[in-house]
Design a protein around this ligand. Structure first.
Ligand code: PRX
Length: 654
């Protein structure tokens, strides 16, 4: 970074340093030092200051059963209490918690008092169905007030929720319900996206009809689009009916800090998604601490995280972090390009958003749209309310960073490029807006208390300037606790024997700048792709492809894409002849739709190529590196002499 190219450093302005929770690098370093000198003391202090405990903890970190770490294990608390009752008790009952803007543009405001009432009613309804602490509840809902209410209601009664993104297929939903052993499903008749009403309940019915979901006793359906939907007597009930007779007071279930607040399925390097299990106390602590330090959240801020509650970003920075800080936040149902690509800018203007958090893919698509249509360029809107911008989910390329900084932030607002993962619960490496000098494309430095490092295959730290494997040296409060039902896979995936089980393996490569020590993420080092900030396993897509009756074999790789970061390329061998021309075109459509149906539209390969075989070594291993080169359209530079049939490379060139 520093040697090869001219880098511009953006120092924090006087304005962003003023009153910042962490003001200046000295303050940042002091926090890091506090954590280094007394690791447990640092986290314990924050846990005491930032959370309300029913039973205070006396233990901090328990490493006796590493890597199954425990934090604050003898303390008890409730997340919903910390998000809602605490604000009402502190006089914030009439403060707006949620400004919900629907796809149609309709706006609904919900105060903290209202939200507490709604959550309590629904929590009582769940209890009335016999749902109790430790039960798993799957939520398959669009962005909605009810989505947040449902998550908070589960937290209130100690039920462990597992959200399935509304764009996932029946098969994906079935697999998650079955793996989690869920007793209830909360869904809606449908959802609105870009002016269209799309079905949800019919997909849920299809999932439940596939078998393997016998654990599930109740389906609760939110009326959203008003579409007709079949209701199965004895199993299905309407949300509005079940809450109607319930009291708006509900005693929270006080749970141990380690109680699983939620499971969230994410892709790994095998075909089966992993149920990442998060805790209650440690998770909430990091949600609040990062709101405070990374977003420098203040009482009069209007916060907007554009993620969906189906992803971890929506959990930590929509449902839990902002509410636990008593913030007013925007919850948005639609898409950034409807009714036009000025939607985000108009919403920032209308609601006077001060902290805005989105993904590089959204920024890149809006740059393109603004280039094509002056009328929806961010400069046409009053964005003066903004003070901090954030980015998450994938690397942000310097050109997109600069555009975001100048055109959205007006050259005034620091961009926090937050690196983290489903497994980490909250930000791991990120600038702090009132402290860190920014370099576009770098997520800069670890969050205070997070001990990130770049190592080689043996776990030895590599010098700055040399690429390597990103690891975290010490357990932290919001980390993944286990993979639901598969503790061995947890250990193998995150605490591999290569590092003597001592280092958390993030799965990303990274390099630290020679002079500043700043981290730049260089991408996944496993078979995980990142398409538009959505994480997908290549094996997951391969399994979907080979489940098609005409497919004999498939290999999936990623290739860089200007808009989506990475694009999915599939190399397929059919059981019959290799198709060409129109036949190939039709087969490509068929397979794209098939993957869309098996996993969800986000997993559809952009490019599918057919061969009579795949390039393999003599021992039969698919040469993925070669496929990656083919996908990119690069000349093959590797030795191909071990290939059984080099002619297939011609077929796969695309
Ligand atoms: O590869 C990294 C990338 O997204 C992965 C985590 O994906 P997921 O669990 O879906 O969580 C996304 C939202 C937190 C990481 O392993 N990633 C995430 N944030 C960044 C990033 N890559 C570069 N820069 C980031 N800021």
């Amino acid at each position: 970074m520093s040697n090869e190219q001219q880098v511009r450093i953006y120092n924090p302005s006087e304005a962003s340093m003023k009153n910042a929770a962490v003001s200046g690098m000295e303050a940042y370093r002091a926090l890091c030092k506090e954590a280094e000198d007394d690791y447990e003391g640092y986290w314990a202090r924050n846990a005491r200051e930032l959370l309300d405990w029913k039973v205070p903890f006396t233990q901090v970190l328990d490493e006796s059963n590493a890597p199954f770490f425990k934090w604050f294990a003898d303390g008890k608390l409730n997340v919903s209490y910390n998000c809602l009752d605490r604000q009402v008790n502190n006089g914030l009952g009439d403060k707006v918690a949620i400004i919900f803007e629907a796809d149609s543009g309709e706006v609904t405001r919900v105060t903290y008092k209202d939200l507490l009432g709604r959550v309590s009613k629904f929590a009582n309804a769940l209890r009335a169905m016999g749902i109790k602490k430790g039960d798993r509840v799957v939520i398959y809902l669009p962005m909605s007030i009810e989505g947040i209410v449902a998550m908070q209601a589960c937290a209130r009664i100690g039920a462990t929720h597992s959200i399935v993104f509304g764009g996932f297929s029946a098969q994906a939903l079935r697999d998650r319900i079955s793996d989690a052993g869920a007793v209830a499903l909360i869904t809606s008749d449908g959802q609105f996206r870009g002016g269209k009403a799309l079905p949800l309940k019919p997909i849920a019915d299809e999932a439940l009809g596939m078998g393997g979901c016998e654990c599930l006793k109740n389906v609760i359906v939110v009326k959203r689009t008003g579409a007709d939907c079949a209701m199965e007597a004895g199993r299905d009930s309407w949300y509005h009916d079940v809450v109607a007779s319930q009291s708006d007071v509900c005693e929270p279930e006080w749970v141990e800090a380690e109680h699983p607040l939620f499971l969230l399925y994410t892709s790994g390097s095998t075909g089966k998604p992993k149920g990442v299990q998060h805790s209650t106390g440690g998770y909430l602590l990091h949600a609040v601490l990062t709101m405070k330090y990374t977003f420098d959240i203040k009482p009069d801020d209007v916060f907007w995280c554009t993620a969906d509650i189906g992803w971890v970003t929506g959990h930590t920075y929509i449902t839990y972090g902002p509410l636990a800080c008593g913030t007013t936040e925007i919850v948005f149902e639609g898409v950034p390009t409807y009714p036009d690509a000025g939607r985000f800018w108009k919403m920032i203007q209308d609601h006077k958003v001060s902290v805005f958090y989105t993904a590089p893919t959204a920024i890149r698509s809006l740059i393109k749209a603004a280039d094509n249509n002056e009328a929806i360029h961010p400069k046409k809107y009053d964005l003066s309310s903004l003070r901090i911008l954030g980015s998450v989910g994938e690397p942000i390329n310097p050109a997109a960073w600069e555009w975001y900084y100048e055109n959205v932030g007006g050259g005034r607002c620091p961009i926090v490029d937050t690196f983290w993962q489903t497994e980490t619960g909250g930000h791991m490496i990120t600038p702090l807006p009132g402290a860190t000098p920014l370099i576009p494309g770098s997520c800069t430095l670890p969050f205070p208390g997070i001990q990130a490092a770049v190592v080689d295959e043996t776990g030895t730290e590599v010098p700055w300037g040399q690429g390597g494997i990103l690891v975290v040296k010490r357990p932290w409060p919001s980390m993944i606790r286990t993979i639901w039902g598969d503790p061995d896979r947890f250990v193998k995936s995150y605490y591999p024997a290569d590092f003597q089980g001592k280092l958390y393996l993030a799965g990303d490569g990274a390099i630290r700048d020679k002079e500043t020590g700043y981290f730049t993420i260089t991408g996944r080092i496993d078979d995980v792709l990142n398409v538009s900030g959505h994480r997908m396993g290549t094996m997951e897509i391969e399994s979907a492809l080979v489940a098609h009756e005409k497919v004999a074999e498939a290999a999936v790789v990623g290739r860089p894409d200007d808009l989506t970061g990475e694009a999915i390329v599939a190399f397929v061998v059919l059981k019959g002849n290799r198709p060409t021309g129109e036949e190939a075109k039709a087969m490509i459509k068929e397979l794209q739709n098939w993957v869309g149906h098996e996993i969800g539209p986000i997993a559809k390969p952009k490019d599918i190529r057919f061969g009579e075989n795949l390039p393999k070594t003599r021992s039969g291993k698919i040469m993925r590196r070669l496929l990656r080169q083919l996908a990119k359209g690069e000349e093959i530079t590797q030795d191909t002499s071990t290939l059984e049939n080099p002619a297939i490379l011609e077929q796969l060139k695309g």
